[in-house]
Design a protein around this ligand. Structure first.
Ligand code: SOE
Length: 379
């Protein structure tokens, strides 16, 4: 067994999701490379030390540059806020470290392109944490599409709805609420939530050619949690767009943090000439499938409980019928990443795939600003 010395930058929600995956992966997905939790890095040394003790990291750093300079680190996992992805990734690529990066890849496509070029030039393994691809029901959707079970695709319909910023007293900036601060997050729901929908869509249905979008910021000012000052809100609270895919299908995408009652309702539906599929994150183990060929009085939507051993990833977990959850999508992603290193066939989404998503979110924001249909750059 070969060791892979991992270091994590950032110890928030995503740092926990990634750490859990590093720890569990070899218990459930055997392989030749063993992740070793070498170091965690965060600005607050006390919090970083607590995190290290809880998750089993061997050491703590408070300066990511010092971390990257360490000879005993093979891989840098960037789970820090969006505004530092670029600088860290460029330095890590220069040092020849493998890189995992939380989504979205960057604040804008200029940064994302430079990051993509840097990892490709350095020939280092790289991946963006778009975890929803690896929910077994979503992976099954990909299999059905690739087998041609849906036939020609006419429609793609996705939404990601939350409600946690409805209250105008929710601050912007600082730990926990940096996603509301445009200088840290880049954009609002477009880069945070629609980016997930777009990544899945590009994977399932191919490239997007053009979009027309609208965005809105419902609460115009919020207190900054670090300075205490009221500041203009510069992120998009809600974002919706129409898209034309290169395969001729039409799409609608919607995201908001103001859908009262919805906590993380990510859904997509795809309608093809031979059938349709529907998936819902709140019921993540089920894939709804309608087969147009089904005849007779019992025709209708089938609800597939994706837990059998021959369905994606499930043979590595429990016995048929027993469910897994959100955190397992991260375990699957790191299992595939390690397998990609072993086999020499890199796991997706790579930085170039993350760039493709950033090109779409950029076109969405530009279209919302101009009120015009906008072409999407190809990655
Ligand atoms: C935002 O609330 C958020 O945590 C996103 O940042 C994640 O990427 C998404 O998976 C869940 O919602």
């Amino acid at each position: 067994m070969k060791s892979l010395n991992i270091s994590l930058i950032g110890y928030g929600f995503m740092g926990r999701a990634h750490s859990n995956a590093f720890r569990k992966v070899r218990n459930f997905f055997p392989g030749k490379i063993q992740p070793v939790l070498k170091a965690v890095c965060g600005r607050d040394g006390v919090k970083a030390a607590e995190f290290a003790a809880n998750w089993g990291y061997e050491s703590v750093e408070t300066d990511w540059r010092a971390l990257i300079a360490r000879k005993d680190i093979d891989l840098i996992d960037i789970a820090a806020p969006n505004n530092v992805h670029y600088e860290i990734a460029l330095a890590a690529a220069k040092a020849g470290k493998m890189i995992l990066c939380e989504k979205p890849l960057a604040m804008n496509p200029t940064e994302a392109l430079a990051m993509t070029k840097a990892v490709e030039k350095a020939k280092i393994a790289n991946m963006v944490w778009y975890n929803y691809r690896r929910i077994p029901a979503v992976t099954l959707a990909k299999q059905l599409i690739d087998e041609g079970r849906l036939g020609k695709i006419f429609h793609y319909r996705a939404k990601f709805l939350q409600d946690w910023t409805i209250n105008a007293d929710v601050p912007q900036g600082g730990p926990g609420t940096w996603r509301l601060d445009a200088s840290i997050a880049g954009s609002g729901v477009t880069g945070d939530l629609l980016a997930h929908c777009i990544d899945t869509a590009l994977w399932l249905n191919g490239g997007i050619d053009s979009v027309t979008a609208m965005t809105e910021t419902f609460v115009k000012e919020r207190q900054h949690s670090l300075t205490g000052k009221k500041q203009k809100v510069l992120i998009d609270d809600a974002s919706a767009f129409l898209a034309r895919f290169s395969n001729g299908s039409l799409a609608t995408f919607e995201s908001t943090r103001y859908a009262c009652g919805h906590k993380a309702l990510y859904t997509f539906e795809i309608n093809g000439e031979n059938g349709s599929i529907f998936w819902d994150l709140h019921d993540l183990h089920r894939l709804q499938w309608f087969d147009h060929k089904d005849g007779g009085l019992t025709r209708g939507w089938r609800s597939i409980h994706v837990t059998d051993g021959d369905q994606p990833y499930m043979k590595n977990w429990w016995v048929p019928g027993l469910a897994i959850g959100y955190e397992h999508s991260f375990v699957h992603q790191i299992a595939d990443f390690l397998q990609g290193i072993e086999s020499g066939r890199p796991a997706a989404p790579t930085f170039r795939d993350g760039l493709a998503t950033d090109y779409v979110t950029d076109a969405v924001l530009k279209s919302a600003a101009s009120g015009r249909w906008t072409n999407v750059k190809k990655a």
